[in-house]
Design a protein around this ligand. Structure first.
Ligand code: RRO
Length: 310
């Protein structure tokens, strides 16, 4: 039995990895992912300059769920490019993901040019969906701006590129966004980022400090929204754009459902934060047990094959 999967021209021994933002801000955290059963890692979303992020407390866990308003704390693009250069030198046969964004369109072009001109030629994820930067809307909800950013980026950018999307809740939005994404030679689409601007109350008070307590929701409560988004893009995007499914994964069954909806890779956020990198061994075991039960020997046996009828 194998869990091998491909994203574009890169192949991976497993179909599970971290979600950007979780366990991936420092070289030590990235190393722990490399040493775990994770397929690979994606870095914390990097900006041109290092950022401290929003005031603390900015992450709160409730059951198998979380709310965060981290505010894009990161070490800056140069730190992650240097880390990637070192990891690529020590792991020449492995592919990694670099996540990037910026707060204005011109700055997005600057950071993409910076990556383009660097020695890093691996996978890049452009985060169009951070819900927590004070005063900045999520780009992925602005279809025109998204198209303009992709136009500008693909005029020069020639390494494998994916976009991280926010969740959509209307079928016409799936249609509109898929129509835009299908215009570009994207390697993959990652659905979903946290469900933005939820409010979690405990003891009659908000649970995180920034933005009057509003923050991105993650964990088990977002699984059904994540699956719907994965399925919506899998059925609308051209077949050479892979789907990475993110949201609500706490068990092998959840991974199986993301794959059934069409994901080629599944990312783990809240549950990784709660359980640590050892979670990948557990998820792998649980997924393999399900595959064994069905008689599946590879994820291609069931990827995308969600049944239309019960
Ligand atoms: O750092 C954050 O506040 C953050 C980001 Br960039 C993101 O993409 N998603 C999220 O839930 N938090």
């Amino acid at each position: 039995m194998t869990l091998k999967t491909n994203i574009g021209n890169d192949s991976f021994d497993s179909c599970m990895m971290n979600a950007s933002g979780v366990w991936c801000s420092t070289v030590d955290e990235l190393e722990a992912l490399i040493d775990s059963k994770a397929a690979t890692f994606v870095t914390k979303t990097a900006t041109l300059a290092p950022r401290e992020g929003n005031p603390l407390p900015r992450v709160h866990h409730f059951g198998p769920n979380s709310i965060n308003s981290s505010g894009l704390p990161n070490e800056g693009i140069d730190y992650y490019l240097e880390a990637l250069a070192n990891f690529e030198a020590t792991h020449p046969n492995r592919a990694f993901f670099l996540s990037v964004t910026e707060l204005a369109e011109d700055q997005i072009e600057t950071i993409m040019q910076r990556v383009h001109q660097s020695d890093y030629h691996g996978l890049v994820e452009l985060n169009l969906s951070c819900p927590n930067v004070i005063g900045k809307p999520q780009v992925g909800y602005d279809f025109e701006t998204t198209a303009r950013i992709l136009d500008r980026t693909f005029s020069y950018f020639d390494q494998p590129l994916g976009v991280k999307l926010p969740p959509y809740f209307d079928l016409s939005h799936f249609d509109q966004m898929a129509e835009i994404l299908n215009r570009y030679p994207l390697t993959y689409v990652n659905s979903i980022n946290s469900i933005g601007n939820g409010l979690v109350i405990e003891q009659d008070a908000v649970t995180i400090a920034p933005k009057q307590g509003y923050g991105g929701l993650g964990g088990a409560i977002i699984k059904q929204t994540a699956l719907a988004n994965v399925r919506a893009f899998y059925t609308r995007l051209k077949s050479d754009i892979a789907i990475i499914g993110t949201g609500g994964v706490t068990s092998g069954r959840d991974v199986f459902e993301h794959l059934l909806c069409g994901a080629s890779m599944v990312q783990v956020g809240t549950a990784l934060l709660q359980e640590g990198p050892a979670i990948f061994a557990r998820l792998e075991e649980e997924l393999k047990a399900i595959m064994d039960e069905y008689g599946y020997t590879s994820i291609d046996d069931f990827k995308g094959k969600l049944k239309d009828t019960i």
